[in-house]
Design a protein around this ligand. Sequence first.
Ligand SMILES: Cc1ncc(COP(=O)(O)O)c(C=O)c1O
Length: 469
Amino acid sequence: MPIEWSGLSPELILSLDRERPEPLRSQLESGLREAIRSGRLRAGERLPSSRELARQLGVSRGLVQECFDQLQAEGYLNARAGSATRVTAIGTRSAPAPASPPPERPRLAVDFLSGVPDLASFPRNDWVWAQREACRAMPTAALGYGDPRGSAIFREVLAGYLRRVRAAAAEPDRILVCTGFAQGLNLTLRVLAARGVRRVAFEDPGYGDGETMATTARAGLEAVPVPVDHGGVVVEALAASGAGAVVLTPAHQWPTGVVLAPERRRALVAWAAERDAVIIEDDYDAEFRYDREPVGAVQGLAPDHVVALGTVSKSLAPGVRLGWALCPPSLVEEVGLEKNLNDRGSPVLDQLAVATLIESGRYDRHLRRMRATYAARRGALLAALAEHAPAVQLSGLAAGFHAVAHLPGSADEQAVVAAARERSVGLYGMSPNRSTRSTTPPQLVLGFGNLGERAIHKGVATVGDLLDG
Ligand SMILES: Cc1ncc(COP(=O)(O)O)c(C=O)c1O
């Protein structure tokens, strides 16, 4: 039976096998040598005393000492009288190279990647102020394990905000605070799967085959695509799909940018009531509506059938990782249970900081500022295309910070994307968002949230000839 020894350093694991013909001393010697050569024992690392090592290995101290002497003679170890035996630099390999990092996107001169707000505009000063205020005012008890559904203060403030800005039927005890749309969806789908839902409908074009689809599959659910046209999701197709739930983006469809038409909203709600189905509303960028007030959330029309998922990923920054699920009364407890099992609740200080931002009016002020910023960028995109690629039409511009560029029918979507990359401009085709991956009609999804007006002009000027066919 091999004897396992874990030294003071967890990397040092030696095994001696008394059944092998090789003497124990040479096993120990070669084991140590190999540990040093392979880098499991690094230069400068301290070995246990010969007495301690002998005790742990069940061999005589003399045998260990002989090994140490030998390896010292070979230059692997260094032992000075009165101090510990240490590994020398000789024979040690430099620390193993760290695992190769995930492939990075090549740095592009201009990147029309969508989904990213203007990161440089994150209200750092307001955030620091709000964190300080929140931390100062917070009762000590708030630092314990709290309600896994989230801070009561934040849920109260958020409910008021959602009623005011999103026309939602929001009550604090229906809100579950989570880390964003991604977690809110994950928790909701798990609860629905446990309740026996088997199929979930998604808008097509929609999320493509990224994390959202992986989350659905992991919850054991079948994803069914339902077409989107100029009025949003086609509700007859949804009804025919046999789905027990649907995930959709009514205020500003991802990625086409269409707004769910009023009659479709009514039909959607009727479908949910009739089938006792669940509508999962991804309310990701609704605050940024340009031509009029934001379209209210569908949740306000059918609070007993809608889970409205909100996030600060667009309004503040994705790195904050804060969001919420506004649930029907019949689901909130189970979603809260799921959240508790997941991570016991989201960080309380961040919740209190956002509550402080909202209550102080600084959140609204930031949104007003950003609406003006994005409106200017949207204008820059329109102007640049009119100048450099007049054959291209834009749609989906009523809200948010991405648009769909309709290329001339003869254009090859993938070839345009590839040629633009050669010129260091990041363009993104619509085809990955379509369930069929079809490249017709040729379209691009252009994000302009994290690009200044000058960069937008430069990017469009660089690739205008490609876009125009
Ligand atoms: C359509 C859509 N919904 C929601 C989100 C936000 O997800 P999260 O809140 O997990 O950051 C994104 C982010 O890009 C998105 O594109």
